[in-house]
Design a protein around this ligand. Structure first.
Ligand SMILES: Cc1cc2nc3c(=O)[nH]c(=O)nc-3n(C[C@H](O)[C@H](O)[C@H](O)COP(=O)(O)OP(=O)(O)OC[C@H]3O[C@@H](n4cnc5c(N)ncnc54)[C@H](O)[C@@H]3O)c2cc1C
Ligand code: FES
Length: 277
């Protein structure tokens, strides 16, 4: 069992942070890697990125948005409760090197995934310009943490309730016009990663994106997480989750993510009914 030792509610209770006792994972995990969690014996296997860790305390931190049945079940767990299983670290770590100037772009809960990677680039001596965005002010997460690991931080909201009004891509265009970037990292909703990658392609800036296809085993066995990159089929759990943003077939990824929409809605509705939520 993997005990929850810290819990925080964010973004109006739609995003939850859990600090979990997992000493072996905390001693090995690197930025960009993820874990697969199960709430109980019959629970679904849910992949979440390791957003932070404390190797001395033996804990990892995950931050998840409540979007369906399993994340709603996770939300019912409090400090002192435990996950039945936490497996990891899984996936390839981010290739963090000193490259010069890195532009980190995050949207929504993607900012939780982006944070340890941004910190890694900053600690390696890069100049880091970060751009984070959310639909509205109340949904913006980790602003202070992102500021603490960035030389420059731009914040925007779609509705203009905080920071600049507009999408992260608008700020990105200005940043790229003003600065020569050596690398971009974009993590967030699939359409955001698609449009960031289109823009950085025009500016000839190598771009990393982190993909979130549906996963089951997380070890390259089931084929469920296949994505298309540069015309080749890859398994995001073992070949990724990071890929060259200029090579990913985003429309295929979006189609595959929608494949079980109806079943997911039914499972969520039944769960809410049974829990009287
Ligand atoms: C490597 C990786 C890292 C991720 N890291 C984070 C993170 O740090 N924070 C976060 O909020 N979310 C993260 N996700 C997405 C998260 O796993 C899904 O939101 C979660 O599985 C939804 O489950 P559900 O039962 O609550 O919702 P459902 O109603 O079942 O599904 C909601 C949406 O989530 C996707 N999804 C459903 N089941 C899975 C699954 N087994 N694997 C992946 N996606 C699924 C589907 O596209 C669906 O449209 C990550 C996904 C991957 C692959
Ligand atoms: S999740 Fe099964 S192969 Fe990647």
């Amino acid at each position: 069992m993997f005990k929850i030792v810290g819990r925080e509610s964010m973004a109006g209770d739609t995003v939850i942070l859990n600090e979990i006792e997992a000493p072996r994972i905390a001693s090995k995990a690197k930025p960009g890697q993820f874990v697969i969690l199960k709430a109980n014996e019959t629970g679904e296997r849910i992949p979440l990125t390791i957003s932070d860790l404390d190797a001395n305390k033996g804990t990892i931190t995950v931050i998840y948005m409540v979007v369906g049945k399993s994340t709603a079940l996770f939300k019912t767990l409090g400090v002192g409760d435990a996950y039945q299983d936490v497996i990891g670290p899984l996936g390839k770590p981010t290739d963090i090197e000193k490259v010069g100037r890195v532009v980190c772009v995050g949207g929504g809960t993607g900012i939780a995934v982006l944070f340890p990677i941004t910190r890694g680039f900053k600690e390696t001596g890069n100049e880091v310009i970060s751009i984070i965005g959310a639909r509205t002010k109340d949904l913006l997460i980790l602003e202070d943490k992102m500021r603490s690991v960035s030389d420059e931080l731009h914040v925007c909201t779609d509705d203009g309730s905080y920071g600049r009004k507009g999408f992260v891509t608008e700020v990105l265009k200005e940043v790229l016009e003003k600065n020569k970037a050596d690398l971009a990292v974009a993590i967030g909703p699939v359409p955001m990663m698609k449009f960031v990658s289109k823009m950085t392609y025009d500016y000839n800036v190598k771009t990393l994106v982190s993909l979130n296809p549906i996963m089951i085993d997380g070890t390259g066995m089931c084929g469920c997480c296949r994505v298309s990159a540069g015309g080749e089929t890859k398994f995001a759990c073992v070949d990724g989750p990071e890929f060259d943003g200029h090579k990913v077939d985003y429309d295929n990824l979006m189609d595959r993510l929608r494949a079980y929409e109806q079943q997911e809605k039914q499972a969520y509705d039944e769960f809410c009914e049974s829990e009287a939520l």
